[in-house]
Design a binder for this molecule. Structure first.
Ligand SMILES: *Cc1c(COP(=O)(O)O)cnc(C)c1O
Length: 347
């Protein structure tokens, strides 16, 4: 039996007639028109008009950057909104379930809880790789989505390609690969595999490598059939005008983005070297992301010592498999130098 999108879509979503906004009913072709259809204030200030609900200009730029068609792209108010749309489109509350792989990004579980969808947790193996056999053994007729975060937050590693391929081939629901950190990695994005796997969904974000966490722009890449379903349920104006403008400007300056990523990668290497010389650091986990996870003697104690010195990091000690771990985000050269000085001063 192969993947059948119709079978895994919620009945109410299939039958849904989406809200038709003024900007859906009349799509501007660029000609001079008098717009008296949306009850907007007519006095121009740059944002007095509703934004394009389909974000056509931004998607055109993005499609070109990522070598993909616009119909394979959906944009959201951060990837968190995109992830929420996936729950709402495919998971029946109180009936369906998803599989997540802790330790991982905390939002998958929160969104499952908000949507009253079961969350089956299958721990990563000791090497932080997915346990494919156990994952597949946990699938039942109500399992709709497996969430894969690669590179994974908070561990930093990328998942083995073959493990992901097995899930894509053997699971008849959706496999979501969260690529929030892909731009810091040497691994290739899964975007180029979209035509091969109809159940593959990839999410990316402008919040990390692109330096735009404040504008809230998340991206979903999937088959045009999946994108059409998500378009039916997304709020009409979910990506605001200022966000669309700022994202387009940023994509026009990719040199800058690449420079910043390279600087972060260089700083990551230097911090890694320093961490090797810190006596209370017992393990530095390999990372493909803009952070480093380390194991220390006493995470609570070290976390508080750093706080008192004015440095805020993430204490991950309560996460499964992460006892006594701390997560350091890579900052600017000055910030990292301050961190290194403080680490060296502690004993
Ligand atoms: C930071 C992060 C995101 C980003 O979410 P946005 O809503 O786009 O800011 C998504 N997934 C993971 C794993 C992250 O760490």
């Amino acid at each position: 039996m192969s993947f059948n999108l119709d079978k895994i879509t919620r009945e109410n979503v299939k039958g849904l007639k989406p809200y038709s906004s003024a900007r859906d009913e009349y799509v501007s072709d660029g000609s001079e028109m008098v717009f008296l259809d949306a009850n907007e204030n007519p006095f121009q200030n740059g944002v007095n008009r509703y934004p394009d609900p389909q974000q056509r200009s931004l998607k055109a730029v993005l499609a070109q950057q990522k070598s993909i068609l616009e119909r394979n792209v959906l944009l959201g108010n951060g990837s968190d909104e995109v992830l929420d749309l996936l729950f709402r489109a495919f998971c029946e509350p109180k009936a369906d379930n998803v599989i997540t792989l802790p330790p991982t990004y905390g939002m998958y579980k929160v969104l499952a809880d908000i949507n009253v969808v079961g969350n089956r947790e299958v721990l990563l193996l000791d090497n932080f790789q997915p346990d494919v056999d156990t994952i597949l053994a946990n699938v039942d007729n109500h399992t709709k989505i497996i969430f894969i975060c690669s590179p994974n937050n908070p561990t930093g590693n990328s998942f083995n390609k073959n493990s992901i391929i097995r899930l894509l081939k053997e699971f008849k629901g959706l496999v979501v690969i969260d690529e929030a950190y892909i731009d810091f990695s040497n691994e290739e994005s899964w975007i180029s595999k979209l035509s091969e796997y109809p159940n593959l969904i990839i999410t990316q974000t402008l919040s990390k490598a692109y330096g735009m966490a404040g504008i809230r722009l998340g991206i979903c890449f999937a088959s045009s059939d999946i994108i059409s379903i998500l378009n039916k349920i997304k709020p009409p104006y979910n990506v605001n005008e200022l966000t669309q403008q700022r994202a387009i400007e940023r994509f026009a300056d990719m040199e800058r983005v690449k420079q910043e990523v390279n600087s972060i990668l260089g700083e990551r290497q230097k911090l890694n070297e320093t961490l090797k010389s810190i006596p209370f650091v017992s393990k530095i986990y390999p990372t493909d992301a803009n952070f480093i996870l380390v194991k220390v003697d006493d995470a609570d104690k070290r976390y508080n010592e750093l706080l008192r010195k004015g440095i805020v990091i993430r204490n991950r000690t309560t996460q499964p498999l992460c006892e006594n771990t701390l997560r350091f985000t890579i900052g600017t050269k000055d910030e990292n130098n301050k961190l290194k000085d403080v680490l060296k001063s502690l004993s």
